[in-house]
Design a protein around this ligand. Structure first.
Ligand SMILES: CC(C)(COP(=O)(O)OP(=O)(O)OC[C@H]1O[C@@H](n2cnc3c(N)ncnc32)[C@H](O)[C@@H]1OP(=O)(O)O)[C@@H](O)C(=O)NCCC(=O)NCCS
Length: 249
């Protein structure tokens, strides 16, 4: 087992999380029928209605499982049953917990790709997380020229062709994690955000060419959820520590 795999602990953390902690959870979304039924029972009416709108059964099931697990994870921190949690949505669709008296503000974000999900949980600071399966068929050059900054494009094309796709997805997840942390959507000018200074698992600044002040607020780090996946996290501030948890039912 490599070092990156070892950092994912099988246990579950206590129900408390302080504002200088960030917990990252990973989970597989393709479960047994029994596990699926159990999680299905946690979802709200609006989540079930949304699930029905997926065209393919597999996507529908994965959405249900991802939400069910989210509710279980958050419920533990809040001392509440998974089905008691109420989500609110920003105008751009970012989910947040309704406020519970005495519980402080628990912030979270989640991402899923090809049956694998990552969840980030913290307190009192905005957070974004993104995971992508590394696909060899991605139109790396075209997408990079459209959405990446000049700094990112130069680093990408300096990289040997064999490693370029991997770096492309690493940049992609860093950028997505950042736009999810600020709660923006597809309309955010991605090329104005430069994530090429981030280096592996070291906390590094995200540079915003459009707003130097905002640049000082946002930091990112790569995550290593498993072979064949790229992932990253973006968080407000620098005074936080990451820990990694493997979700089991
Ligand atoms: C949601 C969004 C921000 C990311 O989508 P994605 O990468 O396809 O999907 P992910 O699995 O990473 O994240 C989806 C989850 O993020 C959360 N989410 C939804 N909207 C969000 C927002 N505006 N901000 C933060 N989180 C959001 C939800 O929990 C959602 O999952 P759920 O609905 O199943 O609970 C997407 O709408 C988007 O706008 N992407 C930008 C695409 C782009 O321009 N890329 C440029 C190349 S770098």
């Amino acid at each position: 087992m490599d070092n990156e795999e070892l950092q994912w602990r099988p246990a579950i953390p206590g129900e408390l999380i302080s504002s200088n902690e960030v917990h990252v959870w990973r989970a597989w979304l393709d479960l047994t029928a029994l596990q699926y039924e159990n999680l299905l029972g946690f979802l709200s009416k609006d989540e079930l209605a949304r699930a029905k709108r997926f065209r393919f059964e597999r996507d529908q099931k994965r959405f249900i499982v991802a939400r069910g697990i989210l509710r279980q994870i958050l419920g533990r921190y809040l001392g509440k049953k998974p089905n008691e949690l109420v989500f609110e949505y920003s105008s751009q669709g970012k989910p947040a917990l309704a406020t519970y008296p005495g519980c402080g503000t628990l912030h979270f974000n989640l991402s899923h790709s090809d049956g694998f999900a990552l969840y980030a949980v913290t307190r009192d600071r905005n957070i974004g997380i993104d995971i992508e399966r590394i696909r060899d068929d991605a139109a790396v050059d075209q997408i990079a020229r459209r959405f990446y900054s000049q700094g990112e494009i130069s680093s990408l094309f300096r990289m040997h062709i064999d490693r370029r796709t991997e770096l492309f997805f690493q940049y992609w997840t860093r950028k997505e994690a950042f736009i999810k942390a600020i709660g923006e959507g597809i309309s955010f000018p991605m090329e104005q955000c430069d994530v090429s200074l981030i280096s592996g698992s070291v906390l590094s600044p995200i540079i915003l060419h459009s707003d130097k002040i905002e640049s000082l607020r946002w930091y990112g780090q790569d995550l290593f959820p498993g072979c064949g996946y790229a992932a990253a996290i973006a968080v407000e501030g620098t005074d936080w520590d990451l820990s990694f948890w493997h979700y089991t039912l």
